[in-house]
Design a protein around this ligand. Structure first.
Ligand SMILES: [Zn+2]
Length: 233
């Protein structure tokens, strides 16, 4: 993944990856510092359950992370949401939408998933996720990551108008939880200073989670510092 560095703490490139037609996959990383390498771990909870292989390591090892949750996921995972809420020092909860519908205006289907399609449906997806987080965690999210992390430019503008920043990433650790454990682990272990890592915490039956947990442990043991998106310098 190309890294864009700038004098700003955040480096946000809107056209970092080319996809079919005009879909954008924004990149997000932060400027390398001095001393121990720093990374931000962002974990998506799209739908389904929770991967305790990952969650338990985060809690036990005291590894802070930013979780992108949907209202849909929250409604089926009240017990896990309570664990997250009980550790506000560790977990920053951000908006992954109401129903996990891609923030794409038009008819293009990223990864075959039917998109929001219209401006009003993008609003509903973003605001619906935000309302659920405010109700469940007492906090208004400030970052949004849409399903598939692909966007049309007009949808990105709309998300910004709603008061959110679009959360890209610089290191895709699990390719939508489809990676093998070995691949996910080695990708995380290859994290560089300033990387924003994306992985999934909602797929307990897939092999990727084992590698994600192992990779995060290695980073911790190697002295990495974990930042959340709300703690970036
Ligand atoms: Zn997702």
């Amino acid at each position: 993944m190309r890294r864009l560095l700038s004098s700003l703490a955040f480096a946000l490139a809107l056209t970092s990856a080319a996809h079919a037609n005009d879909l954008l996959e924004p990149a997000l990383s932060f400027a390398p510092g001095i001393g121990a390498p720093r990374v931000a771990v962002t974990l998506d909870a799209c739908m389904g359950g929770v991967d305790h292989r990952i969650l338990d390591v985060l809690v036990r090892e005291h590894i802070p992370a930013t979780l992108f949750v949907t209202a849909r996921w929250m409604s089926g995972n009240a017990e896990t949401a309570a664990i997250l809420a009980a550790h506000p020092d560790l977990f920053e909860i951000e908006d992954h939408g109401r129903n996990h519908v891609p923030a794409v205006i038009g008819s293009e289907k990223p990864y075959g998933i039917t998109p929001a399609g219209t401006l009003a449906a993008v609003d509903d997806e973003v605001l619906g996720g935000g309302e659920a987080i405010l109700a469940g965690f007492g906090r208004q999210p400030t970052w949004f990551r849409g399903a598939t992390a692909l966007y049309t430019p007009d949808a990105m503008d709309e998300i910004n108008k709603l008061g959110y920043r679009v959360a890209g990433f610089s290191l895709n650790a699990d390719f939508g939880a489809s990676a093998t454990a070995k691949v996910a682990q080695s990708r995380i272990e290859g994290a560089q200073d300033g990387d924003v890592i994306i992985a999934h915490i909602n797929q307990p039956s897939r092999p990727a989670g084992e590698g994600i947990a192992a990779g995060l442990l290695t980073l911790k043991q190697n002295g990495y510092i974990f930042l959340r998106l709300d703690q970036m310098p």
